[in-house]
Design a protein. Structure first.
Length: 515
C-alpha cells in the first residue's frame, strides 16, 4: 500500500524521505512484492496469505463467522455473564502446563482481566475503524470501480474467522501480573503456544519478530499517518491554504499529543473507558450522516447495488477486468480490518473472562462492523453521489476529500461533521495503537515503569511529527511493518488452531450446561 503525501516543509520531507527510502526501500518492496495474475494485474503475496488463511479458518471452524454471529451478539449484550460470576480460577484443559506456567494465564486470584467484552471490542474497533473505511474505499473504487465493493464485503466475512482464532489465542495465553495488569497478544501465544507444540526456538524468534514490527507500526501507521490525515482534512474544511491552521501542523499535533498522553498514561482501563464512548459515537455519527445522504438519494440506491454486482462479475472498461476488481476489493478490505495481522488480539486479551473462546466470538464482530457495514456504506455514498472516476487512482488525502464532497452534496455543513469524525477516528486509533505498541515494547524491554513511560513519551512526540510533515517514506515503511506482523502471526494461528477448537468446545459446553 503505497501512500504519497505532501509535506508542510519540503526540505524536511526531502531529507527524511531520502534517508528512509535508501534504508528501507528493499524491505517495503519485499513485503508488498506482487504475484502476477495477468499481464497487467498482480496481488501482494501478503494479501494472498491473509485470504488463504481466512478461508482455511472459515472451513476449519465450519463457518464460525456465520454460525457464531448470534452467540457473539449475546456475549456482548451480557447474556452469558453469569458463567463468569464465580471468579473461580481455572486452568484450561486445552493447554498443557510447562515451565511452571499456568497454561491458561498467569492468573492471580480475583483477577480475571481488566475490561468488559464490550470495552475490549470497542478498543480493538477503534484501531481498525478509521481512514481506511473512508479514504481506502475511495481508492479501491477509483481503480476497480463499484464492483470492488462486493469483494470487500466477501473479505470482511472471511476475516471474521481469522479474528476469532487470533483473539481466542490472545486470551488463552495471556499473562496477568500481581496487580491484575494483563499482558497478551501474538508475542505470548507464539512463544508459549509453539513451545507446547515442540517448536521452542521458532516460537521465541517469531514472538520477537512480531514485537519489533508491532512497535514500528505503532509509531507509523498507528500514529503519524493518523495524525497527519486528521490535520489535512481539518486544514481543508477550515479554508485550505487560507486556514488559520495552515502550515501549523505542529500545533495541531501538540494538542492531539496532549489528549493522547492524558488517555494512554492510564493504561488499557483508561483507553477502554474512552473508546467505549468514542467508538459508538463516531461510528453512529458517520453512519447517520451517510444514511441521511442515501435517504436523500434513495431512488438511486437500487442502481448503486446493481452497479456493485455488475461490476464485480462483468467489469467492462475497468483495468485488469474481473481479476483487477477482485484484487482491489481484497486489498482494501484486508488492509482496513487487519484480520490475520494479530494486533487486535492484544486489546482483546485484557477482557474479563475465564473462557478464551468467548472473546474470540466477540472479536469476529470487528470485520463485520469495519468492512461489511462501514466500508459498504462509504462505497454506496461515493457511487450514488458520483464522486468516483474509475481509472483515476486517488491518494488517501484525496479519498477523504471525495467523501467530504459526497456528504456536502446533500447537506452543506456535513463536511464539518466528517472532520469531527475523522479526528475522533484518528484519536481513537492512536490511543489503541499506543496500547498495542506498549505491549510489544514491554515484551522486548521489560514491564518497568521506566520502560513504559519511555515508550509513551516517544509515542506522543511522534504525534507532533506526524501532524507537522507528511512522511511518505516513513508511512510506507510502517505499513510494511504492519503487514509483516502477519507472517509470524499466521504461522502461529495455523499451528494452534486445534487449541482454539478445544476452547470453543469448552465454552459452548458451558453455555449449554449453564455453568
Amino acid at each position: 500500500m503505497r501512500i504519497a503525501l505532501r509535506s508542510q516543509d519540503p526540505t524536511l520531507d526531502q531529507l527524511i524521505n531520502t534517508r528512509f527510502d535508501n534504508a528501507t526501500s528493499w524491505f517495503v518492496d519485499a513485503i508488498f512484492a506482487e504475484i502476477p495474475l495477468t499481464d497487467s494485474v498482480g496481488i501482494p503475496w501478503v494479501l494472498v496469505i491473509l485470504i488463504i488463511g481466512a478461508s482455511y479458518f472459515t472451513t476449519y471452524f465450519k463457518g464460525i463467522n456465520f454460525r457464531g454471529f448470534l452467540t457473539a451478539i449475546h456475549v456482548v449484550r451480557g447474556k452469558y455473564d453469569d458463567l463468569e460470576e464465580d471468579h473461580k480460577v481455572e486452568v484450561s484443559a486445552a493447554v498443557s502446563t510447562t515451565e511452571g506456567d499456568n497454561p491458561d494465564t498467569l492468573r492471580v486470584e480475583g483477577h480475571e482481566g481488566e475490561v468488559s467484552h464490550f470495552q475490549a471490542l470497542t478498543a480493538a474497533l477503534s484501531a481498525t475503524v478509521g481512514l481506511g473505511n473512508i479514504a481506502g474505499v475511495a481508492i479501491a473504487l477509483s481503480i476497480g470501480g463499484p464492483g470492488a465493493t462486493f469483494w470487500m464485503i466477501l473479505v470482511g466475512f472471511l476475516g471474521m474467522a481469522s479474528k476469532f482464532v487470533e483473539c481466542t489465542l490472545g486470551v488463552a495465553y495471556r499473562e496477568i501480573d500481581e496487580n491484575g495488569v494483563v499482558f497478551g497478544g501474538p508475542m505470548y501465544y507464539l512463544k508459549k503456544g509453539l513451545r507446547e507444540r515442540g517448536f521452542v526456538k521458532l516460537g521465541k524468534v517469531l514472538a520477537i519478530v512480531f514485537a519489533v514490527m508491532c512497535v514500528g507500526a505503532s509509531f507509523g501507521g498507528g500514529n503519524m499517518f493518523q495524525a497527519n490525515q486528521a490535520f489535512k482534512l481539518f486544514e481543508y474544511v477550515t479554508g485550505g491554504t487560507d486556514s488559520f491552521i495552515a502550515g501549523k501542523g505542529w500545533l495541531f499535533g501538540l494538542v492531539m499529543a496532549i489528549f493522547v498522553g492524558i488517555v494512554i498514561i492510564g493504561g488499557i482501563k483508561k483507553i477502554a473507558s474512552v473508546t467505549d464512548k468514542i467508538v459508538p459515537a463516531m461510528v453512529a455519527m458517520y453512519v447517520l450522516a451517510v444514511i441521511i445522504i442515501l435517504g436523500l438519494n434513495y431512488e438511486n440506491i437500487p442502481n448503486a447495488f446493481g452497479a456493485i454486482i455488475d461490476g464485480a462479475f462483468s467489469p467492462l472498461g475497468v483495468t485488469g477486468g474481473i481479476i483487477g476488481v477482485m484484487v482491489q476489493g481484497f486489498r482494501r478490505a484486508a488492509f482496513s480490518n487487519e484480520a490475520g495481522i494479530g494486533s487486535a488480539s492484544i486489546a482483546h486479551s485484557a477482557v474479563k473472562t475465564k473462557y478464551a473462546a468467548s472473546e474470540g466470538l466477540v472479536a469476529l464482530l470487528e470485520p463485520f462492523v469495519d468492512t461489511v457495514v462501514v466500508c459498504t456504506m462509504t462505497a454506496l455514498l461515493l457511487i450514488i453521489t458520483g464522486q468516483i472516476s474509475v481509472g483515476n487512482e486517488v491518494s488517501f488525502e484525496q479519498g477523504v476529500i471525495l467523501t467530504s464532497n459526497a456528504l456536502e452534496s446533500g447537506i452543506s455543513w456535513f463536511p464539518y461533521l466528517l472532520t469531527v469524525a475523522v479526528v475522533l477516528f484518528a484519536f481513537s486509533s492512536m490511543i489503541s495503537w499506543s496500547y498495542y505498541g506498549h505491549q510489544a515494547w514491554s515484551y522486548l524491554f521489560g514491564r518497568s515503569k521506566r520502560a513504559e513511560y519511555t515508550y509513551k513519551t516517544i509515542f506522543c512526540v511522534f504525534v507532533i511529527i506526524g501532524s507537522a510533515a507528511s512522511l511518505g517514506a516513513v508511512v510506507d515503511f510502517s505499513d510494511a511493518m504492519v503487514f509483516s506482523m502477519m507472517v509470524p502471526n499466521m504461522i502461529g494461528l495455523v499451528l494452534l488452531a486445534p487449541v482454539v477448537a478445544k476452547e470453543l468446545k469448552r465454552y459452548m459446553n458451558a453455555i449449554k450446561s449453564g455453568d
